[in-house]
Design a protein around this ligand. Structure first.
Ligand SMILES: NC(=O)c1ccc[n+]([C@@H]2O[C@H](COP(=O)([O-])OP(=O)(O)OC[C@H]3O[C@@H](n4cnc5c(N)ncnc54)[C@H](O)[C@@H]3O)[C@@H](O)[C@H]2O)c1
Length: 311
């Protein structure tokens, strides 16, 4: 989702773009995400765990957006070694490839709000303690540390972004293991009810994918960001039930059901999460631009047109 959105943005700016993706089943890689620009980019089907492929791919790049990941926090706790393999070893591979083949590129790594885990205060700034509740969160934190280490030890120009809750066109819609906003849009489009646990009052910071993509580009272009870690979110806390109501309002006839919290969900529930985005806005001038209402409407339009490509 995010990588293909950055690719569209970069192609529109006249950049020469290479996309590397393993297209592993059950993750978000989908050739249709690139169909409009496929004739203007180089596409490499490759795995970040394959050092030689990476070494070739990073040669000559001015900017590297390092997004490949095992993205599901739920799966990370079930398959911790797979998460370690992709989210840690894969990224060490990329950093080593850059040391050998390209020390000049600016590299943007996408981390996650999940490094914070249980939230102690809101809005969450970058100094918030790390109370990780998942292997995914722990390995994303390790990733940030690797990117910082390679900057200090080898002079690579790296920056990490802790993303809140991205949603938008081109996300996978096959399962609900990550990206709940998109998943609810699928359910609504299929005429299924939307289920809210408890009061649905937990607040989340939903951010439209184009805003995330722009944040990544701003972070790459600014010289002030080197070696830093920034939160990227909308800066707005939306109660879960309000997000659900916005989805339902765009798909007439959608039923909303309230049920009790299942016990296994409590374990990974972080509490309210709202990003403090002061540091990235001050360093780069980036600002999120799309309201949740508009973002949901745009996303639904996309899947109404292209649903057969996603599920
Ligand atoms: N979507 C979210 O909720 C969210 C939240 C916070 C952070 N992030 C981070 O943002 C980044 C992009 O996520 P997204 O939302 O675009 O998800 P996505 O699933 O659409 O993109 C991840 C991409 O990585 C590719 N990939 C997975 N393993 C790979 C490997 N070993 N080698 C090469 N490619 C591989 C997948 O094929 C997929 O295209 C990820 O690093 C993710 O952890 C996402």
């Amino acid at each position: 989702m995010i990588g293909s959105t950055i690719a569209h943005l970069a192609v529109a700016q006249g950049a020469q773009v290479t996309v590397l993706d393993a297209l592993l089943p059950m993750y978000g890689g989908n050739p249709f995400n690139l169909h409009k620009i496929l004739d203007r980019i180089d596409f490499v089907q490759g795995d970040i765990r394959d050092f030689e492929v990476l070494k070739e791919a990073v040669k000559g790049a001015d900017y590297i957006f390092s997004l490949a990941a095992q993205v599901s926090y739920v799966d990370s706790n079930i398959h911790p070694l797979l998460d370690l393999d992709i989210n840690c070893r894969g990224h060490l591979n990329l950093l080593n490839a850059c040391v050998q083949a390209n020390r000049e590129a600016r590299i943007v790594f996408t981390s996650s709000r999940f490094v914070y885990g249980t939230i102690e205060y809101n809005p969450v700034d970058e100094k918030h303690p790390f109370n990780c509740l998942s292997i995914y969160g722990i390995n994303k934190l390790a990733g940030e540390k690797y990117y910082r280490f390679y900057r200090d030890a080898y002079g690579l120009q790296t920056v990490s972004l802790r993303l809140a809750n991205p949603y938008g066109p081109r996300q996978q819609m096959k399962h609900s293991k990550y990206g709940i906003v998109n998943w609810f849009m699928r359910l609504a489009l299929e005429g299924q009810p939307l289920t809210v646990y408890g009061e649905g009052s937990q607040r989340r910071d939903y951010i439209f994918v184009e805003d995330v993509a722009e944040a990544a580009v701003y972070a790459a272009l600014s010289s002030e960001t080197e070696g830093q870690v920034y939160n990227v979110g909308s800066g707005i806390g939306t109660p879960f039930k309000d997000m659900v109501s916005l989805v339902a309002a765009c798909v007439p006839g959608t039923e909303i059901r309230q049920v009790e919290w299942p016990k296994d969900r409590y374990f990974v529930e972080t509490g309210d999460y709202i990003s403090d985005i002061t540091r990235i806005t001050q360093a780069t001038g980036w600002q999120p631009r799309t309201s949740l209402k508009d973002g949901i409407a745009q996303t639904l339009d996309y899947y109404r047109q292209h649903r057969d490509r996603y599920w």
